[in-house]
Write a protein that binds this ligand. Structure first.
Ligand code: C2E
Ligand code: MG
Ligand code: MG
Ligand code: MG
Length: 280
């Protein structure tokens, strides 16, 4: 009868749920393992100065090579890392790894651009994060100018007092701070004014739609103006073709990042690019 069916359905969902929970737990354990025992790596995507075509910086992007599932993109495991709290350890690993690479490039005498690292809001919530980061730079004999910290507009909009205070502290120490995926989070302009930023990154959805959608083009234009008026740096994300690059130059956007210039590169491939760009 109906009751019976209901019970079976319930049992089915119950099993389904516990399977999902079990899978998540397994993935979480594997991730924990990867932090300690390898499997995580950083790729670097160059940021290009549109006028000269020169590499002006790079963004470090995390990759995880899962022993069975292969290379996983951060879109898959960062959300898991955030809910499980592992993101704090992962974030520390990412920062240390980026500093290790920066130091190695310096030792080789390479002209080394600023490296941007993505931060989760939980990292900013930790007491003493700014001090920890300063100490890390000191350990690697690097300065605040060697790093840029990227934080998404949506994550900041949770308006965490602690995270905002930490950001202000980082800025006062001279760190470069970029607002990532800008335009997707509905933050008000007055809110933006209060954030201690140095750079805006235009979300790639606007760049993607710019050529067909007049509204997206208007938004890009407006963001270019806004960055100029607020004295902020500006990077267009997700540039995939020459037409978009030319359009951005015409609009006065200084920097861009995207597959048209470079995909995120293995550390060695990025290093080869630095070697090619270093004057002898
Ligand atoms: P994001 O910071 O906005 O990074 C840009 C994403 O766009 C990257 O995806 C990059 O590979 C991709 N991309 C770059 N150029 C193009 C293009 O021309 N076309 C298209 N379609 N995509 C392009 P990825 O590497 O999968 O990273 C996704 C997101 O994961 C990042 O978005 C960032 O929010 C997060 N993430 C990556 N690494 C870390 C990390 O170390 N820590 C934290 N907390 N988040 C990270
Ligand atoms: Mg980013
Ligand atoms: Mg982005
Ligand atoms: Mg993004």
């Amino acid at each position: 009868d109906a009751k019976e069916v209901g019970r079976d359905t319930f049992r089915f969902f119950d099993q389904q749920m516990s399977r999902e929970a079990r899978d998540r737990l397994k993935l979480e354990q594997a991730l924990r393992h990867a932090i300690l025992g390898g499997g995580l790596s950083l790729h670097y995507q160059p940021k290009i100065h549109l006028h000269s075509g020169q590499v002006s910086g790079a963004e470090a992007l995390l990759r995880w090579e899962h022993p069975e599932l292969g290379v996983l993109s951060p879109g898959v495991f960062i959300p898991l890392a955030e809910t499980s709290g592992l993101i704090v350890e992962i974030g520390a690993w990412v920062l240390r790894e980026a500093c290790t690479h920066l130091r190695a490039w310096r030792e080789q005498g390479l002209a080394c651009p600023r490296v941007a690292v993505n931060l989760a809001v939980q990292q900013l919530d930790q007491a003493g994060f700014a001090h920890w980061l300063e100490a890390l730079l000191e350990d690697y004999q690097l300065s605040v100018d060697d790093l840029e910290l990227e934080i998404t507009e949506t994550s900041l909009m949770k308006n965490e007092k602690r995270a905002l205070a930490c950001l202000a502290e980082l800025r006062s120490k001279g760190f470069h701070i970029a607002l990532d995926d800008f335009g997707t989070g509905y933050s008000s302009l007055s809110y933006l004014r209060k954030l201690p930023l140095t750079t805006l990154k235009i979300d790639r959805s606007f760049i993607l739609d710019m050529s067909e959608d007049p509204a997206s083009l208007s938004i890009v234009k407006t963001i270019v103006q806004l960055a100029q008026n607020l004295g902020l740096g500006l990077v267009a994300e997700g540039v995939e073709n020459a037409a978009q690059a030319e359009q951005l130059i015409a609009l006065g956007c200084p920097l861009a990042q995207g597959f048209y210039f470079h995909k995120p590169l293995h550390q060695q491939a990025f290093e080869a690019l630095l070697i090619a760009g270093t004057p002898v």
